[in-house]
Design a protein around this ligand. Structure first.
Ligand code: SF4
Ligand code: SF4
Length: 81
């Protein structure tokens, strides 16, 4: 499933440049994740890199965007083709 950024985000700018899919962008108040571009880093890394770099751990799974590993892999192919 795509990930989401909680409203506790402190806009530290760490995650946005690290996303290999350019899925992270500055929203109206905090950074947000585009569910159409987030693959949970499938195709790039073993684990979501944005979670690894966030100093306050405010990035989590988004239950509103449930996807299987196959669907995430298909999204990766679509984004890179
Ligand atoms: Fe980007 Fe990966 Fe984070 Fe999704 S999990 S927003 S693809 S860094
Ligand atoms: Fe917000 Fe975490 Fe991204 Fe920093 S790394 S901008 S705190 S989501």
């Amino acid at each position: 499933m795509a990930l989401k950024i909680l409203d506790t985000c402190i806009n530290c700018d760490m995650c946005e440049p690290e996303c290999p899919n350019k899925a992270i962008f500055m929203g109206e108040e905090i950074y947000e994740i585009d569910p159409n571009r987030c693959t949970e880093c499938v195709g790039h890394y073993d684990n979501p890199t944005c979670i690894s770099v966030c100093p306050i751990r405010c990035i989590t799974v988004d239950p509103n965007h449930q996807e299987t590993l196959d669907q995430l892999a298909e999204k990766y192919v679509r984004l890179t083709s």
